[in-house]
Design a protein around this ligand. Structure first.
Ligand code: PLP
Length: 436
């Protein structure tokens, strides 16, 4: 594992200057701009297995994995072969292809809680469509979401809690009309009393509750199983649709995502990331009684020029075939646990107030003594420890997503040697931060 010295990032810097002329903030998705950690984003030239290289030929072990889709790393030979074979017949037709059937059949056979799915081109689109379906099928309007859960950049969900515990949302982005935000009720995670009170007050006009059953977009905020179970019971009692947004957790913690992992069944589920194999895909699914509301069977309109794109379907199917191998998820979790425990033992020995929180092959650095947090408001705003570590590790050839609120991923491509190397570097980074 070599790290060129002195580290040259001039090509990334030049490209970023040019990009700033083309795109707002120089990027096509905000977190990529390194605003949170500071400094200049790296422009990535290529990836292979668990490694990526930037435009200056620096090499990194990648724990971002494109924010989750690449559960088998970059350019996995089987996924690559399927993409190329499909692409050689043309990229898109806007007509049905058998690739859609193949991916759907593979998923539905293994996801007994849904009868039908609809493919979209992103996770955001899947969530947006799932909300429309919940509203269209129930004839009700309001949605509950939880503070600290991210569901893509859907208008009605770019909403945070206002003051007070049970509250109408206030939009967290300019350009979202207050009238939209008013249809969204925002509650703290893992707070059953607040949830019950909100159901009592609003169930007449409540279409759905949407939650990341494993909240992993604002730290990793693992929920009490009892909270998730109560949520399921309340939704059933009041005939409110429960939507599990499994865009990150689906096919990540188990083939059937958090639904399978926890044994709690939602009414509507959304997927994305892993099911596209690195290409743009999302999906939503439900029982056929619910899915029959979707156009052209029913009145809930939803469409897409590139929906079910054959190349993306082939990439997703290839990844899922690999995921379905016996023992795959147990192996991933074991590999991740070993990595996490070694770092946590080290931090504990040195009294460093940091703990890695993890589930399956997802992990997150919880700093400032905040162990295993259950709600968003418990996260410290001070990200200085993560920011220090991020830059330290970049210099050492270890790449994390550029924000302390983001989780890391371990793929099946990460070798033990690479994990040992990264683990040592993380320990050095912690020592350097806490002993400075
Ligand atoms: C990433 C993510 C989304 C948005 O998916 P995009 O493909 O980025 O639009 C929605 N929900 C969750 C839980 C996600 O992790």
């Amino acid at each position: 594992m070599k790290t060129p010295s002195p580290i040259n990032r001039s090509r990334s810097a030049e490209l970023f200057e040019a990009a700033k002329e083309y795109f707002p903030g120089g990027v096509n998705s905000p977190v990529r701009a390194f605003k949170s950690v500071g400094g200049t984003p790296l422009f990535i030239a290529k990836g292979d297995g668990a490694k990526i290289w930037d435009e200056d030929c620096n090499e990194f072990i990648d724990f971002c994995c494109s924010w989750g889709p690449l559960i088998h790393g970059h350019n996995h030979p089987y996924v690559f072969e399927k993409i190329v074979a499909t692409l050689s017949n043309g990229a898109s037709f806007g007509a049905p292809t058998k690739k859609e059937n193949e991916l759907a059949a593979f998923m539905l056979e293994r996801l007994p809680f849904i009868d039908k799915i609809r493919f979209t081109s992103s996770g955001t689109e899947a969530v947006m469509s799932a909300l429309r379906l919940a509203r269209g099928a129930s004839g009700k309007n309001k949605i509950i979401k939880f503070e600290g859960c991210y569901h893509g950049h859907v208008d009605a969900l770019l909403v945070k809690a206002g003051s007070g515990l049970v509250t109408f949302g206030t939009s967290s982005s300019a350009g979202v009309p207050e009238a939209f935000a008013n249809e969204t009720l925002v509650l703290p995670l893992n707070d059953l009393a607040a949830l019950e009170a909100c159901f009592e007050a609003n169930h007449h006009d409540l279409a759905a509750v949407i939650i990341e059953p494993i909240p992993a977009n604002n730290g990793l905020i693992l929920q009490d199983l009892s909270f998730l179970k109560s949520l399921r019971e309340l939704c059933s009692k009041f005939k409110v649709f429960l939507i599990f947004d499994e865009v990150i957790s689906g096919f990540r913690v188990a083939f059937g995502g958090a639904t399978e992992y926890y044994g709690i069944t939602p009414d509507i589920v959304t997927y994305g990331k892993i099911i596209g194999g690195g290409l743009p895909v999302g999906a939503y699914g439900a029982r056929k009684e619910i899915m029959q509301f979707v156009s052209p069977d029913g009145p809930v309109y939803q469409a897409g020029t590139l929906s079910g794109n054959p190349v993306a379907m082939a990439a997703g199917l290839a990844q899922l075939e690999l995921c379905a191998a016996p023992g795959f998820y147990a192996d991933q979790a074991e590999k991740t646990n070993k990595f996490v425990e070694s770092i946590n033992d080290f931090a504990a020995q040195h009294n460093f107030p940091m703990e890695l929180v993890s589930i399956g092959s997802i992990f997150w650095f919880s700093f400032n003594g905040k162990k295993r947090i259950a709600a968003a408001e418990q996260i410290d705003n001070d990200m200085s420890a993560f920011n220090f570590m991020h830059h330290f590790l970049l210099d050492q050839g270890v790449y994390f997503g550029p924000s302390g609120y983001e989780v890391g991923f371990i793929s099946s491509a990460h070798t033990q040697e690479q994990l040992d190397f990264a683990q040592e570097k993380i320990k050095e980074a912690l020592k350097a931060f806490y002993n400075q």
